[in-house]
Design a protein around this ligand. Structure first.
Ligand code: SAH
Length: 499
């Protein structure tokens, strides 16, 4: 295999995982070895193969990082050993990423390589702050500038006169510690002290912060606000456009940290909706769903089939699939769904529910079924193993012969220290079932005193109160959309000072 390896110099973008390129994700998913730095997006390595050799080669507190020569040698060695190597860097590999040096080393050693550009922080962080680095009327050129990490040496490689004269936006990639010296030098060399400037900290990440001021005042504003690396500075009239086109901060849930306690497998839809509205989402899954072996011959005997959760629908279809059956198994039956989420999951499998109550609770489903003839008929209630018996009991009282089919168990999930820490920062904690309440508290999760508690509906609210928690927001519609709507409304109401 000697000699058939390849090294990919890959940019991972500025921090928002959504800004990683398709190519970068493909390569991460098929790498034998991954060497990465500090500033890569959270979760960037989630798609790496299980057996991949994943190494951190950046700086660590108290420990020296590998030197650039050591990294170059390692890349050459792994490439020569026939490995598929991903060298993953923040932003773009060729913009202040030392990717050029790595490519030179690989070329010199005769190891094959490919360069995968990434979205660079100097363009992306300003963009997320509402600052276009070029603009037809305000800047027809942009310069990317870096300095030395050591403030004493900040000027060594830079031509201040040239930068002061540069007819366009200056984007500085460097430690904020250098800013006082750099801005002073620029002004001394003739740059307009009244020019607009902006510093963007942790651009494109959920806790991005931006400070704006004139060039002569920006360094002291940054100091006052306690801005820390990583940060980029944009200097030029374009920085003033932020006043009109800042967009991130105007999102309805900007600045909110929302904890999602539902099972990881079900969390993504809710998390995505919240992120789109500008929230930082922390996933603190309190439960997990475990499918049970199902004893079922088919649905032919049943006049009525009741489903009480989207998970139930999914697993019932799996069970039918195992029997070689599909949606046609429902042909003779009336189909009832407890709410819109369950109905939507059914629709995804080609079944339109005949009965969906207004409110997603068992009592409402019982009412909604009042006009369905069940006396002397067989009814299937497919659901979680642990659930209230309201529905089967009510149907039995009406003379139905009810089979309860337990499809899954809901189990508690241990939260990691990182998740517990994230939970402690939450401004909203969302609960989508009574089991999320019980298991979160049992696994040591604590709802911060200052957080608003959001419940999907009355049954979950009751569980919250039984556990001594106040319910600040209860969804009117008991599904994900209803929960998101109620949370957003609450956030809006709290933003405008009460009249
Ligand atoms: N190759 C990277 C830059 C590496 S140099 C790129 O193309 O983006 C590291 C510098 O990049 C940091 O000191 C900081 O100035 C900037 N930087 C990286 N990520 C950033 C982010 N999310 N927000 C603001 N600046 C960032």
């Amino acid at each position: 295999m000697r000699g058939s390896g390849i090294v990919y110099l890959v940019g991972a973008g500025p921090g928002d995982p959504g800004l990683m390129t398709r190519r970068s994700l493909e390569l991460i998913a098929t790498a034998d070895a991954i060497l990465y730095d500090r500033l890569i997006p959270p979760g960037a390595l989630d798609g790496a193969p299980k057996g991949a050799d994943v190494r951190y080669v950046g700086k660590r507190p108290g420990q020296s990082a590998l030197t650039q020569d050591e990294i170059n040698d390692l890349l050459v060695e792994l490439g020569r050993a026939g490995r598929r190597v991903v060298r993953l860097k923040g932003g773009d590999p060729f913009v202040f990423g030392r990717g050029g040096e790595e490519a030179e080393a690989l070329a010199a050693a005769g190891v094959a390589f490919e360069v995968v550009p990434g979205v660079t922080a100097g363009v992306a962080a300003p963009a997320y702050a509402g600052i276009p680095v070029t603009h037809r009327d305000a800047a027809s050129a942009v310069a990317f500038v870096t300095g030395h990490e050591d403030p004493e040496k900040a000027d060594s490689a830079l031509d201040w006169e040239a930068l002061a004269r540069f007819p366009g936006t200056l984007v500085l990639y460097m430690g904020v510690r250098n800013l006082p010296l750099v801005t002073e030098r620029l002004v001394a060399a003739g740059r307009d002290p009244a020019e607009a400037a902006a510093v963007v900290e942790r651009g494109t990440l959920p806790d991005q912060r931006t400070v704006t001021a004139t060039l002569s005042e920006i360094a002291s504003r940054v100091e006052e606000e306690g801005i820390r690396p990583p940060a980029v500075t944009a200097i030029g009239p374009v920085a003033g456009l932020r006043e009109t086109i800042a967009w991130l901060e105007r999102r309805p849930l900007y600045g909110e940290v929302v904890a999602v306690t539902r099972a990881r497998a079900q969390a993504s839809g809710l998390a995505a909706r919240l992120r789109e509205l500008g929230a930082e989402v922390v996933e603190t899954p309190a439960i997990r769903i475990e499918a049970r072996p199902v004893r079922l011959a088919g649905l032919a005997d049943y006049a009525l089939v009741c489903l009480t959760s989207p998970n139930g629908v999914r697993l019932l279809f799996e069970a039918l699939g195992n029997l070689g059956l599909d949606a046609r198994a429902f042909a003779g039956a009336t189909v009832a769904a407890i709410g819109p989420g369950t109905a939507a999951e059914l629709a995804g499998h080609g079944i339109r529910a005949d009965v969906v109550p207004e409110r997603s609770v068992a009592e409402a489903l019982v009412d909604a079924l009042a006009s369905v003839q069940v006396e002397g008929r067989r009814v299937l209630v497919a659901r979680a193993s642990e659930a209230r018996d309201v529905l089967p009991e009510a149907l039995r009282k009406r003379g139905a012969e009810v089979d309860v089919l337990p499809l899954y168990d809901t189990l508690g999930e241990r939260l990691t220290d990182g998740q517990l820490e994230a939970l402690s920062r939450a401004t909203y904690v969302t609960f989508t079932s009574s089991s999320t309440v019980r298991f979160l508290l049992e696994s040591g999760g604590r709802v911060p005193d200052s957080a608003r508690v959001v419940s999907i509906g009355p049954i979950t609210s009751r569980a919250l109160r039984e556990h001594g928690l106040d319910v600040h927001v209860e969804a009117e519609r008991h599904d994900v959309d209803g929960l998101v709507a109620a949370l957003t409304e609450d956030a809006a109401a709290r933003r405008v000072p009460a009249a």
